[in-house]
Design a protein around this ligand. Sequence first.
Ligand code: AMP
Ligand code: TRP
Length: 374
Amino acid sequence: MNSKKRIFSGVQPSGNLHIGNYLGAIANWVKLQDEFDSIFCVVDMHAITVQQDPEELRKKTIEIAKIYLAAGIDPKKSSIFIQSQVSEHAELCWILNTIVKNGELAKMTQFKVKTGIFDELSESESSKEVKEKANEIGGVESEKNAKYAAFQLAKKIFEIYKKEFNDAGTGLFDYPVLMAADILLYGTDVVPVGEDQKQHVELARDLAKRFNQKFGETFVVPESRIKKEGMRVMGLDNPEKKMSKSAESVYNRIELLDSAEIIRKKIKKAVTDSGSEIVYSDEKPALKNLINIYAAFSEKTPKEIESIYAGKGYGDFKTDLAEIIVGFLTPFQERYAAISDQEVLEILRAGKEKVQTLAKAKLDEVKTKIGFIV
Ligand code: AMP
Ligand code: TRP
């Protein structure tokens, strides 16, 4: 019997993976695979919650699996598979749908972000807007005006919410339940993800507990494992927001498959703070982010980096940073290019065989408990 604890995680095959995904997620998995019984999934069913081009989706699915391998996920130690090839995920998702509440899903931050509700609300939610509205109609000094303005604003927020909610796909709404199914099917103990996914893991915990309470001990209640703050990579064009696959500007991120030339160009264009000294401080968020990236790829501490560049300027620092990233990504890309489609498909098939046995056993247990004939 294997006594190691189990981890499960996944990335969607959409957009281009960047060094934030690597440093924040995949590099962590590579370290954890020795300590844990590990399952890593390419979550194509999650990807179709927003529109995808079918050919592109197939291509990306293979690309992500190759990236896992090139990063050092070892198929001898870990299982790698494609979510849609194990239909137990969809089946358990349906069953969990019958115990989740709409209200639990409606409060998920990612849903509000992806539908656009969040952006629109954060623009209108300010008390400033209440005041402006009240001023339009004669000032907040009058309690009646203030109340009226607040009411108008509430109405507007409700209208925004209703419109975005009604236009959003049900899959996007249900996304966290599918993620709970992914996790719970395998008796997962620990889920290594970025901060943004913590709320979804919390839901998986709640659903596991609820199911266990209703039908008897069935699911392991999973824990999330969030990386330390330093591993949150921010956008090169805006240090206030995290580096993202979906940011419009390609100058937001260094993609794992970017050429050396592109990497140098992107680092050169990366925003910096005022002043010319290389110091690691919260007052210089752009530089802090670049130093974090430098530290992560060079195994040096921010303090050591500061001392290397004492008396030097951004130019030297950025030139070296670009070369450090290129120095890491070049061999990474060579490993990536050396893996054939056929080879990766073979690994994915073997992964599927292995995990499906586990998934089927758990799903049969669930079906029996809820009264299905198995
Ligand atoms: P996503 O790109 O949102 O599909 O995320 C895939 C994984 O990478 C998740 O575990 C995220 O938390 C992680 N991740 C995404 N962007 C970043 C970032 N800028 N810094 C650190 N981790 C990230
Ligand atoms: N929602 C996760 C993300 O966007 C991907 C994901 C799907 C996942 N299922 C999962 C992560 C199960 C961990 C465990 O990053």
